[in-house]
Design a protein around this ligand. Structure first.
Ligand code: FMN
Length: 202
């Protein structure tokens, strides 16, 4: 079984609906470690050694967060700046993350239809998350298309929140149990666009 690290980043968790719901269904799973970055580092003083050790101890690294200004909450950028050191994460001797899987799991206020070339936001999720993809590539990780819950700005009905939480549970357990069809998934724009095809043996 693969070990999964969830680097969770939400600066106002008490006001979160969707990220809290997603987190609640996976946090007690076997082989899953939740690392709440804002909880651990309210002053942004990231313990680089601790974070590197956590990465080394896991096979799959997930950043779960709300989409903020077409990107991540700021602590994720701080984490990347400090933790992904030359000679550890990248460079000729930087192999600590090599071969691990990388996933962004995020919620966005805007509807999916606004994230198209001609839509209100003018860019796709694939385009907007490309710096994370490039980062994963530089660190020799296997990047996965993001798990996206879009259209949360008006508040989703309870049943939809629960459906997204179920999907997230399916994805995390499939990653843990090596049941994700990587070939299929890598052809998709978002990981959760067609989970029946993306997950093997269900
Ligand atoms: C500072 C800030 C920036 C945001 N930027 C975006 C954005 O660029 N695109 C978008 O679709 N939603 C944006 N939103 C909306 C959040 O993504 C949305 O509130 C969040 O995903 C809801 O998740 P939660 O229920 O877990 O808080 C932003 C919200 C805040 C507070």
């Amino acid at each position: 079984m693969a070990r999964i690290l969830i680097n969770f980043a939400h600066p106002m968790k008490s006001r979160s609906t969707i990220n809290r719901a997603l987190l609640s269904v996976i946090q007690d799973l076997d082989q899953v470690t939740v690392n709440d970055l804002y909880d651990h580092y309210p002053d942004f003083m990231i313990d680089v050694e601790r974070e590197q050790r956590l990465c080394e101890e896991h096979d799959v690294i997930i950043f779960q967060h709300p989409f903020y200004w077409y990107s991540t909450p700021s602590i994720v950028k701080e984490w990347l700046d400090l933790v992904l050191q030359h000679g550890w994460a990248y460079g000729s001797t930087g192999d600590a993350l090599s071969g691990k899987l990388f996933l962004q799991a995020m919620s966005a206020g805007g509807d999916a239809s606004t994230y198209t070339k001609d839509g209100y936001n003018g860019f796709t999720f694939a385009e907007l998350t490309s710096p994370m993809r490039a980062t994963a590539n530089l660190c020799k990780m296997t990047w996965l298309p993001p798990f996206v819950v879009a259209g949360v700005h008006r508040g989703l009905p309870k049943e939809q929140v629960q459906a997204h939480a179920n999907d997230y549970h399916r994805v995390v357990t499939a990653l843990r149990d090596d049941r994700l069809d990587l070939e299929h998934v890598l052809r998709s724009e978002t990981l959760n666009s067609d989970l029946n095809q993306a997950i093997k043996g269900q």
